[in-house]
Design a protein around this ligand. Sequence first.
Ligand SMILES: [Zn+2]
Ligand SMILES: [Zn+2]
Length: 432
Amino acid sequence: MQITIHRATQIGGQITRISTAHASIIIDLGHNLPNRAEDEDVYDNDRAIARITEGCSAILYTHYHGDHIGLFHHVPDSVPQYIGEVAKQVICRKYKQLCFLPNESDQCKYQRALKTASRMHTFHEKQPLRFGDILVTPYFVSHSAYDAYMFLIEAEGKRILHTGDFRGHGYLSKWLLPTIQKYIGQVDLLIIEGTMLARKDETILTETALSQKATELMKKHKYVFVHCSSTDMERLASFKNATRNMFPQRPLLADDYQKDILDIFSATAGEKRSSMGRSSSCFKFGTIYTYRDWNIKLKEWMAENGFTMFVRASDKFHILLDRILPILPIEEKPLLIYSMWEGYINRDDTRNEEYIKLQERFTDVIQLHTSGHATIDALRNVCISTNPRFAILPIHRDKETNFSSIDIPPLLQERIVTTSRKLNNDLDIEFI
Ligand SMILES: [Zn+2]
Ligand SMILES: [Zn+2]
């Protein structure tokens, strides 16, 4: 068996290929995260992807973040691509939106991507897929993208767990360890993300605690704008719940794109039945209003009762803010809650000018965020629960980090592999 991992020592942009003598699959085809030194992605062209995917039976995506699916539009039609059912709906809606961009060459690129995305195959949790002699079973995880999965890969008598991006402190994290214990157990190899190794100082709140803090802010501010990822369902739910539970008289607003995404989440996660047979109201977003100048009734309602509005850092939103901010009474200062990673604001190498421009529109800006990634405790728990027989391969991490620092038992420490090598004569590990 051969395992090849591209770009293991950076956050995002990973490509993992697992091959037996008879078949070969790829997990994730990620683009480098934007705004980074390695911004120029050498794989971002048809030729490079045709080379990487040659002879491949299938590509499986853990989730819809660009640093995991960003190169999918280059994949030749002959290679089938697989993603979660809801994830597919979200990316199709996202690329439909991108097709409206004014630049003609962007439009062509995104139209082609939309066509490819709409042809993707889907998979379901705990339902194995077979590619030659490789069996892949997806298991649901909590992450800042909904419908995210880790994969158990079984072939040639070996069991490999690829975690993708995951965390232990979201609403949907409670099944993480029970799922590993009940369905996965001990593995031979663990391929695991390590994003938080470089962010050990970050405060980690549970989504529930974050939602409570949002409620406190909403008690002080009537007019609340929230800047978070438009596809981070659990985060969107935290602000929705803070509003609906404590201030049901306040409308929830978004633009048409965000409203469509929330409607997808309501119709899927919001209707999902628990083992008790009940569906969760946590992810039912209910009526989302879109602001229109002519809707006098909505304008009066917003000014009188207050509101929560999901915003994005786009020119369109600046125009919208030009219209909304003047209708609010001067004595009530609106609040912008920034609910994303602080590095986009205060780190030179990852700074996002559009995000900063949005913040400059407000005098009151508060950051309220928690990570979408596994804390050191969560990483340790997964390592111990899967107790890998041969190797732990850390990926999706800053190159300066040391995975041994998560403090796992010495026997597991010895199994951390970060350089290319042959294990047990029949297991080739290659880092590119
Ligand atoms: Zn990622
Ligand atoms: Zn991700």
